[in-house]
Design a protein around this ligand. Structure first.
Ligand SMILES: [Fe+2]
Length: 265
């Protein structure tokens, strides 16, 4: 079984490059499950229901997010439009599972592939150099106790490499893949851990690489040079789609291979 996980789609440039490549990548690798982190898909800040629908049209089964999940307030209504046991698209847009209690939406989706393989996608967020959330290490223990599927993909949306590596070891042998998002910089450490969990600290952004993590570079440079906050605009240049392709045994959920993908125009 093959799982494609596309890293943080950033703005219009990110959406366009994903649109260009996702179809042929899914066909070439006979992908059974496609997950996209969409938290920066709307101009770099959040995701709208309309953009979510577009990413589903391109073949996504589940969308994950992160700290920018509430940037577009209309997403709340979209998430609230479905119940916990729904399989509709709005139910397949996840927010981090370990946010503070009582917030809209869900952090876990359980479904089945077209071939009938049960899977779960879990979105969690780190705490190091990030806004306050509940402890992701204990939260994921609790979540895993309630999941029946063997094939489990975790999007760990976090800043610090240490926290992400630690989560990889925490979940080794318990999930199919722990894939990092949020830094927008792909790391070259993809591997299958000894217990059979595919791991990569950060899959990297799907967006404009002539930028500072997606933002127009001159605007960010000005902020560093002057210390004055200005408006951030999404960049356009040098778009790339970054993704990880994980191969696993559908019966056990154990990963056998993880491959990095980076495709330009
Ligand atoms: Fe983020």
């Amino acid at each position: 079984m093959n799982i494609l996980f596309v890293g943080d789609v950033f703005g219009n440039a990110g959406r366009k490059i994903v649109q260009e490549h996702i179809g042929h990548v899914r066909r070439a690798h006979e992908v059974d499950l496609t997950v996209i982190n969409a938290e920066n898909a709307a101009g770099g800040f959040g995701v709208t229901p309309q953009i979510a629908e577009h990413l589903f049209d391109l073949g996504a089964d589940v969308l994950t997010t992160g700290n920018h999940v509430w940037d577009k307030r209309e997403l709340i209504e979209y998430m609230n439009s479905v119940s916990a046991d729904s399989q509709e698209r709005a139910r397949r847009v996840l927010r981090p599972a370990n946010l503070l209690p009582g917030l809209p939406g869900y952090g876990v989706f359980e479904g089945a592939t077209e071939g009938g393989v049960a899977y779960a996608v879990i979105n969690i967020m780190g705490r190091v150099f990030m806004n306050a959330t509940n402890d992701p290490f204990h939260a994921i223990n609790e979540i895993l106790r309630g999941i029946q599927a063997k094939v489990i993909l975790v999007d760990f949306h976090a800043e610090a490499t240490s926290e992400k590596v630690a989560m990889g070891w925490h979940l080794d042998g318990r999930v199919t893949a722990v894939l990092g998002t949020h830094t927008h910089i792909p790391t070259a450490d993809q591997r299958v851990l000894p217990g059979g969990t595919a791991y990569q600290t950060d899959v990297g952004m799907s967006g404009p690489y002539d930028s500072v993590i997606g933002v127009e570079k001159e605007l960010v440079l000005q902020r560093f040079l002057t210390g004055m906050a200005g408006k951030f605009e999404p960049a356009k240049g040098n778009p790339k789609m970054c993704a990880a392709l994980v191969t696993c045994d559908p019966a056990s959920g154990r990963a056998s291979e993880i491959q990095r993908i980076m495709l330009g125009e």
